[in-house]
Design a protein around this ligand. Structure first.
Ligand SMILES: Nc1ncnc2c1ncn2[C@@H]1O[C@H](COP(=O)(O)OP(=O)(O)O)[C@@H](O)[C@H]1O
Ligand code: SF4
Ligand SMILES: [Mg+2]
Length: 340
């Protein structure tokens, strides 16, 4: 197993936050979508960002993709602060290093253009292939790379002529076209039939291995995170509340919210009961998360809530096995880390 040595650190978020200002001219509403999040992505490793709907996963991934500017905090690519680099040229360069795959393969491809157009565009923009003939060859290679063969059968089709899984493969091929070092995947299989999800995840895993890419896999499904990722970060109401090696987080979940997520996952090894038929936690109050400004955001749902939880947000603490957790249940066994 590749260890998380600092040399393989590719992309890092340091204390990033995002505040959305919404509402109308009569009432302004501020949404703290993400608060003070730290995340590290390593070469050749998949990190899963897990949390329920509305917890801030897409906002984090969009900040990492530089679609949104963080309200606070910085993003570092191989030690360089890229948040400070503005302008079209800087963003274009960043896109040649960090690519994103979206949840919806239906809306991420333009219906009026054939598949080859979607793949030729990034090749042209990023100056891959010297001639149009060379770029045609690259298009075929990309389609084969995502297992759409024979490539000629797909290159001249329109997106609506493909299945959801095939379209997501095209979206992956498009991201691969620029030979990125980081692949950001925002719930890449959640809109696909259950039967084809595993094929897409296996493809992403193969590409991570073959290209030694860092992958961020965003999901609401902690079971798929375990299957696919070496690291897991769990989000709740805008905060990353637990992080660590997948096996550690799955076998010894520390935060009560992670424990709740896992209690819904069928796993004979852990001997936990199956609470729902799917591994997605059905949470009717997900849309009504009302994080208090000061206390732990999970306080209203936590079976272990204490007085201090309602008034004070817990600090990050790290345990011996390099697991990080933000919960008042773990004050002394661990030491408070100074976040970088
Ligand atoms: N563009 C936006 N404008 C206003 N609020 C937003 C916007 N995008 C997301 N939010 C809010 O930020 C919070 C986190 O959303 P999101 O990052 O999409 O969560 P997730 O991907 O985990 O479902 C939600 O409360 C959502 O309503
Ligand atoms: S800090 Fe308190 S309320 Fe929050 S998860 Fe821990 S015990 Fe529960
Ligand atoms: Mg989302």
């Amino acid at each position: 197993m590749i260890s998380n040595n600092p040399d393989s650190l590719v992309l890092e978020a340091r204390g990033i936050s995002k505040v959305f200002n919404t509402g109308n001219m009569f009432s302004r509403v501020q949404v703290n979508a993400v608060e003070n999040a730290d995340l590290k992505l390593y070469r050749g490793r998949v990190t899963a960002l897990v949390g329920e709907s509305g917890s801030g996963k897409s906002t984090i991934i969009r900040m990492l993709a530089r679609i949104y500017d963080p309200t606070a905090g910085e993003i570092y690519f191989k030690g360089q602060n890229v948040s400070a680099q503005k302008g079209r040229h800087a963003i274009l360069h960043y896109r040649s290093l960090v690519q994103m795959i979206f949840q919806d393969p239906f809306s991420s491809l333009n219906p009026v253009h054939k598949i080859d157009h979607h793949l030729l565009r990034p090749l042209q923009i990023h100056h891959k292939g010297a001639t149009s003939k060379e770029r045609r060859t690259l298009v075929n290679e990309l389609l084969e790379r995502v297992k759409l063969y024979p490539p000629e059968d797909f290159a001249y089709k329109y997106p609506h002529e493909l299945s959801g899984g095939q379209r997501q493969r095209v979206a992956i091929a498009r991201a691969l076209a620029v030979e990125p070092e980081v692949m950001l995947a925002d719930e890449p299989v959640s809109m696909l039939d259950v039967s084809i999800r595993i094929g897409i995840l296996n493809l992403l895993d193969e590409l991570r291995r073959d290209y030694n890419m860092a992958v961020l896999y965003v999901t609401h499904d902690i079971a798929s995170a375990r299957y696919f990722a070496q690291e897991i970060a769990v989000m709740y109401a805008g905060h990353i509340i637990e992080q660590g090696e997948s096996e550690t987080v799955i076998q010894q979940p520390k935060h009560p919210y992670t424990q709740l997520l896992l209690s819904a996952v069928p796993d004979p090894e852990r001997g936990l009961k199956t609470a729902t038929p799917s591994s997605e936690v059905v949470n009717p109050s997900a849309k009504n998360i009302a994080p208090s400004d000061t206390g732990c955001p999970f306080a209203s749902r936590c079976p272990h809530v204490m007085d201090i939880c309602r008034s004070q947000m817990p600090d990050y603490v790290r345990s011996d096995d390099n697991q990080m957790v933000r919960c008042h249940l773990y004050p002394e066994e661990t030491n408070v880390i100074a976040m970088p």
